[in-house]
Design a protein around this ligand. Structure first.
Ligand code: HEC
Ligand code: HEC
Length: 232
């Protein structure tokens, strides 16, 4: 048994030691904030992007760092998840990417505002959050045709960031448009180029959007799609 004075000393000593530990750790946490948030990368552009975020109340539908509303996707890692090309297209015309589905507000952003918003999300995505958010489930995976998904040439970057949101290859990708594994057996090179260059011209009203790309990127994508049918 502790005597009364021993109990008091134990209480005061314990409280003192743990208060010091608490203050010390709090100080340490605060010291790490600038590093974890990459404070040095808070550029003018990032700040402009944050103002756009606040002014338009994006949080009324989205969460960022887990804070906000649960109507629309969590956006902390959206740049990593979608890539900048996809985001540029999406923010310019959100409905192009989700034909016939629930829609995100079209804000009519200028190209500069879009770059600001993307810079802001990129900064958010690089904050060290000790693993938040957890990796999402893979979401919609198309089932229709599962092939090797291999082509004669590697999958072009633009295909990985944009086309795969709607089309699948080898069973991986979106289901808004048809699986493209065997598209080379259905459509020849030139008509395929015409289609991708301007889908609306070939089939007015089609949900496939016109995706800006250079002639080199178009060639690369057509090589890739045609090459798919040689590897099944
Ligand atoms: C009225 C609700 C609403 C508001 C407000 C809103 N969004 Fe969205 N947003 C959505 C929905 C819904 C989606 C999912 C795509 C869809 O179904 O159209 C989405 C998707 C997105 C995506 C793509 C996320 C992904 O992983 O696919 C980004 C980026 C985005 N919104 C940015 C913004 C920004 C920036 C603002 C503010 C300027 C904003 N949103 C305001 C509803 C909203
Ligand atoms: C927003 C969704 C969406 C995106 C993004 C998209 N597509 Fe499509 N695509 C479609 C839809 C839907 C169709 C079917 C069109 C129709 O029949 O009206 C289609 C059709 C096609 C076809 C013809 C397929 C067939 O079997 O007839 C090709 C080829 C194609 N897309 C290539 C691409 C490429 C390459 C990209 C990226 C540069 C791309 N698509 C991006 C939705 C999309």
């Amino acid at each position: 048994m502790l005597s009364k004075s021993q109990a008091r000393a134990f209480f005061l000593g314990g409280t003192g030691v743990f208060s010091l530990a608490f203050l010390g750790l709090t100080y340490d946490s605060h010291k790490q904030v600038p590093k974890q948030t990459n404070e040095d990368k808070l550029t003018e552009q990032v700040i402009r992007g944050k103002k756009i975020w606040e002014k338009n109340n994006c949080m009324g539908c989205h969460t960022l760092f887990g804070e906000g509303a649960y109507y629309a996707p969590e956006l902390t890692k959206v740049v990593e998840r979608r890539g900048k090309d996809w985001m540029r297209l999406f923010l310019k015309d959100p409905q192009a990417m989700f034909p016939g589905e629930r829609k995100m507000t079209d804000y009519d952003f200028s190209d500069e505002q879009i770059e600001d918003v993307i810079a802001f999300f990129e900064w958010c995505g690089n904050v060290d959050l000790n693993g938040f958010p957890a990796k999402p489930p893979l979401g919609r995976v198309a089932a229709p045709i599962v092939t090797t998904g291999k082509s004669d040439v590697p999958q072009p970057e633009l295909f990985k960031t944009i086309c795969i949101a709607c089309h699948s290859v080898g069973g991986v990708g979106g289901i808004v448009g048809p699986a493209l594994d065997q598209v080379g057996t259905r459509i020849e090179r030139e008509p395929m180029k015409d289609w991708i260059r301007d889908p609306q011209k070939i089939k007015p009203g089609t949900p496939m959007p016109q995706i800006p790309m250079t002639p080199e990127q178009l060639d690369e994508i057509v090589d890739y799609l045609q090459g798919l049918s040689n590897n099944q």
